[in-house]
Design a protein around this ligand. Sequence first.
Ligand code: COA
Length: 274
Amino acid sequence: MSVDVRDTIKIEKNGDGITWLYLNRPEKRNAMNPTMHLEMVQALDELEVDDETEILVLTGSGSAFCAGQDLKEFFREQDGKPKERLKVGRASQEWRLRKLKSFPKITIAMVNGWCCGGGFTPLVACDFAIAAEEAQFSLSEVNWGILPGGLVTKVIADSVRYRDALYYILTAENFDGKRAKEIGLVNFTAPLDKLRDDTVAFAQRLLQKNPVVLRAAKEAYRAVRTMDYEQAEDYLSAKSDELKLRDPERGREKGMHEFLDTKAYRPALAPYPR
Ligand code: COA
């Protein structure tokens, strides 16, 4: 096991392909300050080409997943400093949205506690989200005099049912993990004391599948969402051809061979044996 502790984040690896990336300011409920944004950009750059990292789990230390932007260090202390704001503002969006959304390996947000405001952006940007039943979600912005900015409103619009999205944006009412599942914000929940085990079990299922195929499948899904049918048909055809060339495992041939010739597995029941 290796643990790499930096100023505001922590990276843990156990030799099983799963890398745990912690927002690590538990005393501040993992509120995101400028240092954290810069460290996260750096960490994601490193991990996307790290051979030990096959699946990335983003989570928080202590009782919170992420209490959103740090109101003191990210907001108040940057007010009236346009150059500093530009730099940390760009870093903030860079890792929470672009780097996570285009991360070449599978990403899972494991919501262990409070998730507030700006914490929704990395949550939605991850491929999967698993929450503790006891976790608390809060779109708190209107309670302190702003609207959910910095793309929070947009990621909510993309992930949560219409009426529920408006309800929580306008009331800032808290909701728990079970409710997050009902409204489409997370894939599934677990009691807090089983959260890590259930996340590992889920990650292990994904580790059995061809990672190059998973990458192409998620890139394709994200891309076609804004295309019309003709564009999507053309794109998916080209993407499929690209995958055949890019896949060192030759998964397509192997998958057909193991099913049709050796009868080693059934695709509707399991991935081909790797
Ligand atoms: N920005 C800056 N500091 C924050 C913070 C944030 N978003 N969230 C928590 N903290 C700090 C608190 O100021 C406190 O610091 P202190 O010990 O120096 O006083 C420390 O973290 C612990 O917070 P506290 O409120 O005592 O913890 P709690 O467990 O009782 O409550 C929350 C947790 C998340 C309910 C509460 O901290 C909160 O409402 N935070 C703001 C969340 C928010 O609105 N985020 C949106 C930002 S976009």
